[in-house]
Design a protein around this ligand. Structure first.
Ligand code: BES
Ligand code: MN
Ligand code: MN
Length: 454
């Protein structure tokens, strides 16, 4: 029945998703403030027409939150669906084969910013809900909360959650904003990393100098900063900040063996990225390096002259943005403090260093023995013919830890993207198959969930 509905309506589903993808809802860019709102308004309309009630565009001090619900019977369990309609900036634009906000399908794959992260995945939920309503077959209560600030740290969602605990009362949170291993190997995410995000500024002389007149006699902030960043890892790929690993929970050998059973082809991984070798913390596999180990990366570095040709200059300042991905039991606040004092201490007396923190987020782990996880597992088994493997993803969804803390709710991370979908990169894409199978799997989830909690 569900399959039939999907195939009958799939062209419309995709046309609607394309309409959403055409809205450049870049939350980080204030020039797109109205577009972000337009995407929220679009979702309000689609939730209503799918059958939701009390649909509301909730104003915040930042971008709006979209809320809607369908309570069929207060005695039945309630699933709270969370997702985000904001997207990352699309640049560098010149690397897109087709423009980021003009979605197209090439060889069964949708190309557009947000196609996978997270508009495509949010839209699967709205269409699954439409199907259940159309069939008069909604087996439990559903609430939707879709935000527009995930990519910029969910600043105002936390407040909304704290102030609306009664409205958000539910039994579990369902999120599709992660990845499966592959179409042949479905998986359910059970761990997300946390995040500390820092910005540093190194100042040398009080103005840019002629690099011939002063070069070699005055500290060059770019040279100094490069050296400081390089010293943040040792020769074994370990982060050198004192105390960085203190709170990390080491997995037991059997837990590690289990994690490494997940299908993973190193040769394909390298081929996909066009690299001759992988890198990282010695003694850990690639799956462990992204799944269970904390890491540190420079995300951007700038300063001096970067224009056309050669300008001989010894710059006054150099800057970098540095992120740290954290694992369960590490605290972003503590890591931010450790980074700040360590980075200050690295500075030679020839420069001044300023360290500031951007938004961060707590790591999260979700249980596999819950009724909701079991339901998600059965839904995959039913639709994909395979029992999904629990995996730990390297990305972060900071609000998951907040849901646990404020609402006492676990999340089920039933995402359908692929690591190779190029989220946050040029040519982001999402398989039409992933989209359609995802809708079917979500519909199946509700049935299994209601059976499992009874
Ligand atoms: N959907 C991603 C997170 C993600 C991606 C989790 C792939 C698992 C697998 C989310 O939109 C995201 O990009 N989060 C940010 C954190 C945020 C605070 C900006 C991230 O991980 O960088
Ligand atoms: Mn996302
Ligand atoms: Mn993202």
């Amino acid at each position: 029945m569900t399959k039939q509905y999907i195939s009958t309506h799939q062209d419309r589903f995709l046309a609607e998703l394309f309409e959403l993808l055409r809205i450049p809802s870049v939350s980080a860019d204030s020039r797109h403030k109205d577009d972000v709102r337009k995407a929220a308004v679009f979702l309000v309309g689609k939730l209503k027409s799918a059958g939701a009630e009390k649909v509301e565009l909730v104003e915040t001090a930042g971008h709006p939150i979209v809320y809607g619900e369908k309570i069929v019977n207060p005695a039945l369990p309630t699933v709270l669906v969370y997702g985000h309609y904001d997207v990352q900036p699309p640049d560098p634009l010149n690397l897109w084969t087709t423009p980021p906000f003009e979605p197209v399908i090439r060889e069964g794959v949708i190309y557009a910013r947000g196609s996978c992260d997270d508009k495509g995945q949010v839209y699967m939920h709205i269409k699954a809900f439409e199907i259940l309503c159309a069939q008069g077959n909604l087996p439990c209560n559903i609430k939707f909360m879709i935000e527009g600030e995930e990519e910029v740290g969910s600043d105002h969602l936390g407040t909304f959650v704290k102030e609306n605990k009664a409205r958000l009362k539910a039994d579990v949170i369902l999120i599709s904003d992660t990845a499966i291993i592959s179409l042949d190997h479905p998986s359910i995410t059970v761990g997300l990393r946390g995040l500390s995000y820092m910005e540093v500024e190194v100042t040398g002389p009080n103005r840019d100098l002629h690099s011939g007149v002063y070069g070699g006699a005055v500290a060059n902030p770019i040279n100094v900063l490069s050296r400081m960043i390089a010293s943040l890892h040792d020769e074994n790929g370990k982060v050198t900040i004192p105390g960085f690993y203190d709170d990390v929970i080491e997995l037991s050998p059997s837990e590690r063996a289990e994690l490494n059973k997940a299908p993973f082809e190193l040769s394909e991984y390298k081929k996909d990225l066009d690299i001759a070798d992988v890198a990282g913390e010695k003694g850990y596999t690639t799956l462990e390096r992204t799944g269970i180990r904390p890491t540190l990366d420079a995300n951007g570095i700038w300063g001096g002259y970067t224009g056309e040709g050669a300008k001989t200059v010894l710059p006054s300042k150099a800057h970098a943005k540095i992120s740290m991905r954290l694992v369960p039991n590490q605290s972003p606040a503590r890591i931010t403090a450790l980074f700040t004092s360590h980075f200050q201490s690295l500075a030679p007396s020839t420069v001044k260093v300023k360290v500031t923190a951007h938004h961060g987020g707590e790591p999260a782990v979700t249980p596999t023995d819950s009724a909701a996880y079991q339901a998600a597992s059965r839904a995959f088994e039913q639709v994909w013919g395979k029992v999904p493997i629990p995996t730990r993803d390297g990305g972060s969804i900071p609000i998951v830890a907040l849901f646990k803390k404020e609402l006492g709710l676990d999340s089920v991370l039933m995402g359908f993207g692929l690591d190779s979908d190029a989220i946050h990169s040029p040519n982001e894409h999402y398989g039409v198959r992933n989209f359609l199978l995802g809708i079917e799997t979500i519909v199946a989830f509700y049935g299994h969930y209601v059976k499992a909690v009874r």
